[in-house]
Write a protein that binds this ligand. Structure first.
Ligand SMILES: [Zn+2]
Length: 313
């Protein structure tokens, strides 16, 4: 007698700080676990794929099996070789055939893409981007990730890479970003940029679920903090202005830890996006609905999306 098992889709969101593993039953999350990415760096390279496999198998509830695995990895991913090429913030998973190893160990379909792309796919299929024609998603976290989906299809550069559109020049600020640009949007408008500016005024500000409420009170009492938040919104808006003018999305989703603070810097953002009549850009900008889970959810549905596209072509 054979025992029937129910298939679950696994998604992994690999960030510079945390690696989130999620299991989906249909479109419903049944398990999620986050491991510090630095933990994998303590293991020999040959054991890192095995460590991921062990984590996934440990999370599978009794009576369930694995149907597929998708990965969203921070920074450049080579879509031809499926190898992560991010020695800056994801060195522990970069430069070796991780996907091939996982495919062999798990014997299920495995797919990989950039983390901004999979997060956008998550929102487009399961979240706030459903039904959009041209969706832009901007993640304001440790860095800035940008993804554009044209009817669900990610925009790529000529060589198949994901455009690193968080790295665009927006100011005459002399600080040089690790990408080589001076006045780079990511340096100034990422959550890290805001954090640096705020820490001069509020040294012990915690970044968690309470930040919006705490910062809202401080903003009301401190014109200096209010100005930092206004300037932050303005800086976010300067980069968005370029991207909105070029891409013309019908909806823009903000995600990442600075997205939750949008009400505190909305006025600066609006000021930066104000244009003359006739040149106004569509700036329907809202917060993402899946939040931190967008990346792992999008990763989990990636193999299914790839298979569907294969059948359509
Ligand atoms: Zn840069």
């Amino acid at each position: 007698m054979t025992t029937q098992t129910f298939p679950l889709r696994a998604g992994i969101d690999m960030g510079g700080t945390g690696t989130r593993i999620m299991l989906l039953n249909g479109e419903r999350e049944v398990a999620s676990e986050t491991v510090p990415s630095a933990w994998f760096a303590t293991l020999p390279q040959a054991l890192r794929a095995k460590a991921l496999v062990d984590k996934i198998c440990h999370m599978l509830p009794p009576g369930y099996s694995l149907a597929s695995l998708g990965i969203g990895a921070s920074g450049p991913v080579n879509n031809q070789t499926e190898i992560i090429e991010n020695n800056d913030t994801l060195a522990c998973f970069s430069g070796y055939p991780l996907v091939a190893q996982l495919r062999e160990m798990l014997a299920v379909p495995v797919a990989i893409d950039n983390d901004a792309v999979v997060a956008a796919l998550g929102e487009y299929h399961l979240g706030a981007g459903r039904g959009s024609q041209r969706m832009m998603m901007v993640t304001l976290g440790t860095g800035i990730g940008v993804a554009l989906l044209d009817r669900g299809e990610p925009l790529r550069s000529f060589d198949g890479k994901h455009p690193e559109a968080g790295h665009i020049p927006i100011s005459s600020d002399p600080v040089t970003c690790y990408c080589g640009l001076q006045g780079c949007w990511e340096t100034l408008a990422s959550r890290s940029g805001l954090q640096q500016a705020l820490e001069k005024e509020i040294p012990n500000l915690a970044w968690d679920d309470s930040t919006l409420a705490v910062l809202s009170e401080i903003k009301a009492a401190s014109p200096k903090v209010a100005d930092i938040l206004y300037q932050y919104g303005y800086t976010v808006g300067r980069g968005l202005n370029t991207l909105l003018a070029l891409y013309g999305p019908d909806i823009t989703l903000l995600s990442g830890s600075a997205a939750a603070l949008l009400p505190l810097y909305q006025s600066g953002l609006d000021a930066a996006l104000t244009r003359a009549d006739g040149y106004a850009v569509n700036h329907h900008i809202i917060q993402s609905s899946l939040g931190d889970a967008a990346g792992a959810s999008g990763a989990a549905i990636l193999p299914t999306l790839r298979e569907t596209r294969l059948h359509q072509s």
